[in-house]
Design a protein around this ligand. Structure first.
Ligand SMILES: O=C(O)CC1=CCC(=O)O1
Length: 96
C-alpha cells in the first residue's frame, strides 16, 4: 500500500544544538535504512520549509504507524497521511 506522508519538523527552539544534531543524525540513518529496504520510496524536501513529502510503500496501516512512530524526530513532527492508489492514466509500471 502506498501512502503520501507529509512531515513538518518543529524542534523546540530551546533544544540544545548538540541534541538536535544527534536526533537528526539518527533520523537520517533510519530514513536511509527504510529507503534501502524499499519501504520509503520517495523523500522530497518542501522548498522553503523544514518539511518533507514522502511516499511510503508498506503492507498496511499498522506497518506505516510502526515505521513512522519509530522516527527519532516523531515527537517533534506534525504528520499528515494520505492513502494513494494507482491512477488509471499513469504510464508508469512501478507505481502500483
Ligand atoms: O528533514 C526532514 O524533513 C525530516 C527527515 C525525514 C527523514 C530525514 O532524514 O529527515
Amino acid at each position: 500500500m502506498l501512502f503520501q506522508v507529509e512531515m513538518t519538523v518543529k524542534l523546540p527552539p530551546a533544544m540544545p544544538v548538540e541534541q538536535a544534531a544527534e536526533i537528526k543524525a539518527r533520523e537520517k540513518a533510519y530514513a536511509q535504512e527504510l529507503q534501502r529496504a524499499g519501504k520509503w520510496r520517495h523523500l522530497w524536501r518542501v522548498a522553503g520549509s523544514y518539511a518533507n513529502v514522502s511516499i511510503f510503500d508498506v503492507e498496511d496501516n499498522a506497518e506505516l504507524q510502526e515505521l513512522v512512530s519509530n522516527l527519532p524526530l516523531f515527537p517533534y513532527m506534525e504528520i499528515r497521511v494520505k492513502p494513494l492508489c494507482r491512477h488509471p492514466s499513469s504510464i508508469r509500471e512501478d507505481d502500483s
